[in-house]
Write a protein that binds this ligand. Structure first.
Ligand SMILES: C[S@@+](CC[C@H](N)C(=O)[O-])C[C@H]1O[C@@H](n2cnc3c(N)ncnc32)[C@H](O)[C@@H]1O
Length: 472
């Protein structure tokens, strides 16, 4: 995994801090072999680097296959996710402790050292245990020679706290704010710049947003109306959500073990994702029969829209350009018709629909909390192509809706190029811009309007953008 710049102390789960040999926190076994949790965290990091694996998809399967549960599973998750998030910071520190830059270090060795740095600087694992467990890992997984390099680097790293290292390796905030935030919060500089622009330039708010990206998101659930109630989720151990009338948060446990989730009456869904879908359903229209979800896969918003549509006697058509993503929508909906279709060359007739959801493909910069490695994989060079597609899809959505009907343009990116720059191009003679805040009265802090922005640091949700249009 190539790195850029780095991050701050997550307040989520720490290492177990257990002392003594053989415990999951110390990670040492009497044989000097690396323990199961660190082996799993290391294998995950290598898979992310070598095979472009998605950490959040691979790790649960890997833990299950190896029978790693309980505290060991929590430790493996904390080590792997924390290291992947923080590797921008860690690489700067490794560079300061090494005679060669990280990009000249053999990637398998570098990943093991990064895991060691994470344990030293962001967990309560005792330093001697963090160092010796990492040396064991390197010796067994990389080789005896490289373990000397790891030992030398980690002993230097252990000499200072994270704050002390940041004071050395991060550019001063007043000289280079983006550079400082990039290193201190472990984000690529281009993402820091994009997020700073999106929050309006405020450095403190940007820092808060970047810090929130380094937190592990809570598990949000939706009770699909008419099929499940929030009370049912609460009786299964969830807590009511802050804003969404259909939302709940699961403080612990596996959501898949909740019967309503297994039966697709409820689902895991970010609260902002619920709210932007609800906003579309709340705009008054004089005919409310035909709804379209134009980019529906894998079906989160379609699942909620389908449930509300059923209650109202409306029909939902859900489309996605990718067959396998369209198929996933079958699993989240009951009454919807699902098609594989390119929204830029649609099979439906213009002027057909009363409500259209366009949840456009985007960089996903608003959902960085969910995929620890995602920030290092996003490429700013993808933005022109994405924004071209977003414009084409929005144009198509406005054609699909009948006069008086409503279009919601949604992205899980706050990037200005993917949000305001796209929606501002809609000519006033084609559509009226609605004040989207009016349709989300339960949510505070949505910005100055007319469009709505949800934020991880303000709402505890993904960063999500919503613009509402009424077609003329
Ligand atoms: C942000 S995701 C949608 C997420 C979905 N609405 C949900 O809530 O689960 C964007 C989707 O757009 C689809 N997509 C990309 N280009 C498209 C096109 N030209 N026409 C239709 N769908 C497209 C992608 O396959 C992807 O599934």
């Amino acid at each position: 995994m190539t790195r850029q710049h780095s991050g701050r102390r997550p307040t989520g789960r720490q290492g177990s801090g257990k002392q003594g040999s053989g415990g999951p926190g110390s990670g040492r076994q009497r044989s000097g072999r690396p323990d199961a949790a660190r082996n799993a965290a290391y294998d995950l990091m290598r898979a992310v680097d070598e095979r472009d694996a998605y950490a959040n998809l691979l790790l649960p399967a890997l833990l299950r296959k190896r029978g790693i549960v309980g505290r060991d599973a929590a430790l493996a998750t904390e080590l792997a996710y924390g290291t992947l998030r923080g590797l921008g910071t860690y690489d700067e520190i490794i560079a300061a402790c090494s005679d060669r830059p990280p990009e000249h270090v053999d990637p398998p060795l570098l990943d093991a050292v990064r895991l060691g740095v994470h344990q030293l600087l962001r967990t309560r694992i005792p330093p001697h245990a963090a160092v010796s467990a990492t040396i064991d890992l390197v010796r067994h997984r990389v080789g005896p020679g490289p373990s000397r390099y790891a030992n030398a680097v980690l002993r230097k790293v252990a000499g200072r706290t994270l704050e002390e290292w940041l004071a050395i390796v991060a550019p001063p905030l007043d000289e280079d704010a983006a550079g400082h935030l990039a290193v201190a919060h472990s984000h690529p500089r281009w993402i820091v710049n994009a997020l700073r622009d999106a929050v309006g330039g405020d450095v403190d708010e940007t820092a808060a947003l970047l810090a929130a990206d380094n937190e592990r998101p809570r598990v949000a659930l939706v009770a699909r109306p008419g099929r499940c109630s929030v009370d049912e989720l609460i009786s299964a151990g969830a807590e009511p959500a802050a804003y969404s009338p259909y939302g709940a948060y699961l403080p612990e446990g596996d959501p898949a073990s909740i019967p309503a989730v297994g039966e697709a009456r409820a689902a895991v869904q970010d609260e902002a994702s619920q709210l932007v879908a609800l906003a579309l359903t709340r705009v008054p229209v004089d005919r409310d029969r035909d709804w379209l979800d134009m980019c529906a896969g894998p079906g989160g918003k379609a699942g909620l829209l389908d449930a509300v549509a059923e209650q109202r006697g409306a029909r939902l058509l859900a489309a996605d350009v990718q067959y396998h993503r369209a198929r996933l929508v079958w699993g989240t909906t009951r009454g919807a018709a699902v098609v594989t279709a390119d929204g830029t060359r649609p099979p439906w007739r213009p002027g057909t629909f009363d409500r259209v959801m366009l949840d456009a493909p985007c960089t996903g910069l608003g959902a960085l909390r969910r995929r620890p490695e995602a920030r290092w994989r996003r490429d700013p060079r993808s933005i022109p192509e994405l924004t071209r597609l977003q414009r084409l899809l929005l144009d198509s959505a406005l054609r699909a809706v009948r006069p008086g009907g409503v279009v919601a343009y949604v992205t899980c990116s706050p990037h200005l190029a993917e949000t305001t720059a796209v929606v501002d191009e809609v000519p006033p003679e084609r559509a009226e811009v609605l004040d989207a805040r009016e349709f989300l009265p339960e949510a505070p802090g949505l910005g100055g309007g007319p469009h709505v922005r949800f934020w991880p640091h303000r709402h505890g949700t993904d960063a999500m953008f919503l613009a509402l249009f009424r077609a003329k």
